[in-house]
Ligand binder design. Structure first.
Ligand SMILES: Nc1ncnc2c1ncn2[C@@H]1O[C@H](COP(=O)(O)OP(=O)(O)OP(=O)(O)O)[C@@H](O)[C@H]1O
Length: 228
């Protein structure tokens, strides 16, 4: 469960990116975050994995109150959340297998468990046959599937994605969305910031629209609501 109560974020340069956010997201929901460029979507997403700290307000993620979270507690929080970016952020010298295994090695999983979990997750994203490839040998959609595999290999309760289809062509974007839907069907909460009108209007889910740092719309099975 995610709870934000009167959340404000003002960056060091004086820009107020979030201006009193109140929202509750239940376990298992699939939420799109939409809004114009600069509205505060990325800031909203970054709060959840403590890339950004709120200036004011109460924030609960996975039932943990982050208000007084200590620096040393941040890695544990991040291990419980899968994060997916527009530009994939894979390690270029490591193979697909190693990119995903890395997330498990840092938590001291046994080699046998690592092998099983990496192969299972590669199967889920349909890339078992590319385990030994390096990222530059893959298409954009395949790279994004690797980054999804890496994000979910720990079985996080929450997956957040900031414009995951932003660098992909429409066909590839639909493939990626199928993977997200499958993860969500297994009970994982998904929060996804997107500029894709087609996706939001076709795969109907909860829509939270942010403008000028405020939630201006929150609809069950909503529309994208903007022209582009
Ligand atoms: N690290 C930062 N330091 C200062 N200001 C920032 C920082 N990050 C974002 N901002 C500002 O905060 C506001 C909200 O930015 P944010 O990235 O959250 O918007 P966004 O809705 O995700 O935009 P886009 O759709 O273009 O990605 C913008 O005015 C931006 O310039």
């Amino acid at each position: 469960m995610i709870l934000m109560k009167d959340i404000y974020k003002t960056y060091d340069n004086g820009v107020t990116a979030l201006n009193g956010i109140n929202v509750e997201i239940d376990q298992g929901e699939f939420v799109y975050v939409v809004g114009p460029s600069g509205a505060g979507k990325s800031t909203f997403i970054k709060l959840m994995y403590r890339e950004v700290k709120p200036s004011k307000g109460k924030l609960i993620i996975n039932n943990k109150d982050l208000t007084d979270l200590k620096e040393k507690e941040v890695p544990l929080l991040r291990r419980q959340i899968g994060v997916i970016f527009q530009d994939f952020k894979l390690l270029s010298r490591l193979t697909v297998y190693e990119n995903i295994a890395f997330a498990l090695e840092v938590i001291n999983e046994s080699p046998r468990n690592i092998r099983k979990r990496v192969m299972d997750v590669l199967e889920l994203v349909g890339l078992k046959n590319k385990a030994r490839f390096i990222p530059s040998e893959l298409s954009g959609g395949e790279q994004q599937r690797v980054s999804i595999a890496r994000a979910i290999v720990n079985h996080p309760k929450l997956v957040i994605a900031d414009e995951p289809t932003g660098n992909l062509d429409p066909d590839t974007s639909w493939e990626i969305m199928k993977v997200f839907e499958e993860i969500n069907a297994r009970g994982t909460t998904i929060v996804m910031a997107t500029h894709s009108k087609e996706i939001v209007n076709t795969i109907k889910r909860r829509v939270i629209a942010i403008e000028d740092g405020r939630i201006v719309r929150d609809q069950h099975r909503g529309d994208y609501g903007y022209e582009i």
